[in-house]
Design a binder for this molecule. Structure first.
Ligand SMILES: Nc1ncnc2c1ncn2[C@@H]1O[C@H](COP(=O)(O)OP(=O)(O)O)[C@@H](O)[C@H]1O
Ligand SMILES: [Mg+2]
Length: 461
């Protein structure tokens, strides 16, 4: 890839290691921004001087490919001025006749698109977005169309995503990074870790990159910044703080002493339906600045962990009405109900929502985007520099406090809350948060300098 004024692209040291591996399969994995996608793209060019060479670069969905295609236009186009990109076929043709395709596999059935085709080089970007079936199917497509090419598979990914489990099992667990994994009857494979500190070009071009990563919740930050494969385990809301010493001044604690909320604050009621499992109701007040205060809860359980009290919808609605007419903080208020969309389904004639309307307890259908809802919690729990978060919980909401801090990550959907946990009050409140979404808080002050493990002057700015 030489031009008169020097190379169009040259690998950074860690990319060079990944690109020199002899194993049949190699995964370049870990931190976001480590230079993984670039490495996959450039690796595809290695054999374009061979006329029958065919390369394929995959992402899960087609729109996600746009970035890769744009990047290929920059680099392929400059390295091979007479190479041509065909927009409708998503294919580059090189002067020798060699081709590199871009493809997606949004649904497992899209595998059919690759049936009967063959590729010498197959690259999966963001491998954890794919299932094992999708990945392993493509092995049958990894065949030469003539002599002299090397056939191999490459992938890159961050931890997290639907395929986190199988990718970890295949590449991370069997051996330390950089050690070839050998299994009887299988071709060798290897995991090459990527760290954001390895990508000096990115860190120099975008000095705020690390700051924006520092703003992520703990588990996401460990996954995306450090490339940790184990961060999605254990407690989800590690930032949740219950400090009785500060209940009175409301600083650096999420749990606070109840107080008389001003009459003009808006009130929301979140609802998650359950019968054999607990149902859950939260009441939340919003101040003028949009800060939320969970003032009351109703947990429909029988006193045993995660076990419902088997109350019929009409009785639940009557209970809600009773609370709203008696509680001094709620009496006489306009209350905006928002609930699990499932209560609007008509399975046996009347929906749960319709039944509850008989008691004049009304709901709108909540936004059930689970990961967005989880991020709303993280955003709201973040303390500003004075120790004030965007969401408080009154100390009388004891079941919310108990169950919320116990929530763990899901083993399959590793970034999400484990729905087998006691997540009912969490869900009820999630609908309230999604009614009042906020944007990610920004760092209040410039962050102190971070360690620069390679001493390459990254902090000189
Ligand atoms: N060797 C390189 N030369 C020039 N730019 C690079 C190189 N490696 C990575 N970059 C740039 O760094 C940024 C992040 O790289 P990318 O491959 O997208 O990271 P990742 O896929 O690991 O998140 C991109 O803008 C990319 O073009
Ligand atoms: Mg990438």
């Amino acid at each position: 890839m030489e031009q008169s004024n020097g190379p169009v692209w040259s690998p950074q040291p860690r990319q060079a290691i990944f690109m020199s591996r002899p194993e049949y399969e190699a995964l370049y994995g870990g931190a976001a921004g480590g230079g993984k996608s670039d490495a996959l793209l450039m690796e595809a060019l290695r054999q374009v001087h061979i006329p029958h060479y065919r390369g394929l670069i995959l992402r899960k969905t087609f729109p996600q490919l746009t970035e890769l295609i744009d990047r290929s236009r920059e680099v392929y186009g400059r390295a091979f001025p007479s190479a041509r990109y065909n927009d409708s076929k998503h294919c580059w043709t090189f002067p020798s006749g060699a081709k590199i395709y871009f493809g997606s596999m949004q649904y497992t059935k899209d595998r059919i698109n690759y049936q009967g085709k063959r590729f010498d080089y197959i690259a999966f970007d963001e491998l954890t977005h794919f299932t094992w079936d999708e990945y392993s199917y493509m092995f049958s497509r990894n065949r030469p169309g003539g002599p002299g090419t090397r056939c191999y598979i490459r992938a890159a990914t961050n931890p997290g995503g639907i395929g986190h489990g199988w990718v970890k099992q295949r590449f991370i667990d069997p051996a330390p990074p950089m050690m070839t994994i050998r299994r009887p009857g299988e071709k060798p494979r290897i995991f090459v870790p990527a760290r954001v500190y390895d990508n000096h070009i990115l860190l120099n071009n975008d000095p705020t990159y690390l700051d924006s990563m520092q703003m992520l919740p703990e588990a996401e930050r460990k996954a995306l910044l450090e490339g940790s494969w184990d961060s999605f385990s254990g407690q989800v809301f590690t930032e949740f703080t219950d400090d009785p010493e500060h209940y009175y001044d409301r600083r650096w604690t999420h749990v606070i002493d109840p107080f008389d909320v001003p009459a003009h604050w808006r009130i929301y009621r979140g609802f998650d339906w359950g019968y054999a499992k607990p149902f859950a109701v939260t009441w939340t007040a919003a101040d003028e600045k949009g800060r939320l205060y969970m003032i009351k809860e109703l947990y429909g359980w029988n006193g045993n962990v995660d076990t419902g009290c088997m109350m019929e919808p009409l009785a639940v609605a009557a209970k809600i009405k009773e609370i709203e007419t008696q509680d001094p903080l709620l009496r006489g208020k306009v209350i905006n109900g928002v609930a699990d969309p499932a209560i609007f389904q008509k399975t046996t004639g009347q929906s749960i929502a319709e039944i509850m309307e008989k008691e004049r307890v009304y709901f709108t259908s909540g936004d059930n985007s689970r990961l967005s809802g989880k991020m709303q919690y993280h955003y709201r729990l973040r303390f500003n520099e004075d120790g004030i978060p965007m969401m408080y919980v009154f100390s009388n909401c004891v079941q919310f406090i108990r169950t919320f801090r116990e929530l763990t990550y899901d083993e399959k959907h590793v970034e999400d809350v484990n729905t087998k946990g006691e997540d009912h009050l969490y869900d009820a409140q999630r609908y309230v948060l999604m009614e009042n979404p906020i944007t990610a808080p920004l760092p209040a002050k410039p962050k102190p300098f971070r360690p620069d493990p390679l001493d390459l002057g990254l902090n000189r700015r």
